[in-house]
Design a protein around this ligand. Sequence first.
Ligand SMILES: NC(=O)C1=CN([C@@H]2O[C@H](COP(=O)(O)OP(=O)(O)OC[C@H]3O[C@@H](n4cnc5c(N)ncnc54)[C@H](O)[C@@H]3O)[C@@H](O)[C@H]2O)C=CC1
Ligand SMILES: O=C(O)[C@@H]1CCC=N1
Length: 269
Amino acid sequence: MLNTNTAKIGFIGYGNMAGATARGLMLSGAIKPEQIYACANDYDKLCRKAAADGIHPCKTSFEVVETCDVIFIGVKPYMVEGVMSPLKDVLHGKIIISLAANTYDDVLEEIMPSAHHVATAPNTPVSACEGIFICEEENTLTEEEKAFVHELLENLGLVLWMDRDHMGIGGVIAGCTPAFVAMFMEALGDAGCKHGLTRPVVYKLIAQMLAGTGKMALKSGDHPGQMKDAVCSPAGTTIVGVSTLEKNGFRFAVIDAIDQIQNKIHGKA
Ligand SMILES: NC(=O)C1=CN([C@@H]2O[C@H](COP(=O)(O)OP(=O)(O)OC[C@H]3O[C@@H](n4cnc5c(N)ncnc54)[C@H](O)[C@@H]3O)[C@@H](O)[C@H]2O)C=CC1
Ligand SMILES: O=C(O)[C@@H]1CCC=N1
C-alpha cells in the first residue's frame, strides 16, 4: 500500500512546472528529496538542478519509471506521446500524473492503456504550497490511488476534481494567470520605484498585499466588488486610480487575454 513516507516519486521532464511540484512536495515535508527521481532532455543541466534540490537525476525515462511508484509527466503537451509511448511496457500499474496542459484522460489512455493515469492542470505557486491542482474526474486510478493522489497533491495547496468540459478554462484561470499577476506586480514595482521606493521594499509590499488580498477573499468569501468598495473612500484617493484603470480598459484587457488563450486552445487563433 502506498504511503508518502516510502513512495518514490518520479518526474519525466524537470522544467518549471515539474520543478515547482517537486520543490513544493519537499517544502511541505510530505516527501523527502531522496524519494524523488527525475529525467530531462539535457542531463548536465538536470544534474545541476538535481544537486540544488537534493533529488536523484536519472539518465533515462525508463530509469524513472522502473524506480518510481508515482510519475509526473512534465514535458510539453506536444511531446507527451513521443516521450511516453516507448515506455508502454514498463508503465503497467504505475500511477501517472500528467501536468501537460489540455491533455486529457482519453489521450493518456490511448498512449498508456496499462498505466493508472490522471490528467491535471496545476500552477507554479505549488512550489510555495499555495498552488492549485485541478484533476480530471475521468481517470483510471483505483479509489485507493485516487485518495493517495489527492492526499499527495493537497500538500501543494487546493485540489479540485473537475469534468473535462471545465478543465480547460479552469487550467487557464489557475495556471496561466500567475504570469498576469507577475506582470501586474512588475508594473506596480515600476510605479513605486518611479515615486521613490526601492525595489526590495516595493516588491515586498506588493507580494504581501497580493497574498493578503487573496487570503482575505478566501476567508471572508466577499465579492471582489465589495472588497474594492471597502478600499475606495468617498472623494478619496483609490477611486481616482480605479476610474483611471477603467478608462484604460483594465478589466476588458484581462477578459480579452483569457478569450485569446481560449481561442488558441480551441484552434481559433
Ligand atoms: N509552466 C507552467 O506554469 C505550467 C506548465 N504546465 C505544463 O507543464 C508541462 C511542462 O511545462 P514547463 O515546465 O513550463 O516547461 P519547461 O520547458 O520548463 O520543461 C520541460 C521539461 O521537459 C524536458 N524534456 C524535453 N524533452 C524531453 C524528453 N525527450 N524526455 C524527458 N524530458 C524532456 C526538458 O528538459 C524540461 O526539463 C507542459 O506540459 C505544460 O503544459 C501546466 C500548468 C502550468
Ligand atoms: O503557457 C502554457 O502553455 C502553460 C500551460 C498553463 C501555464 N503554462
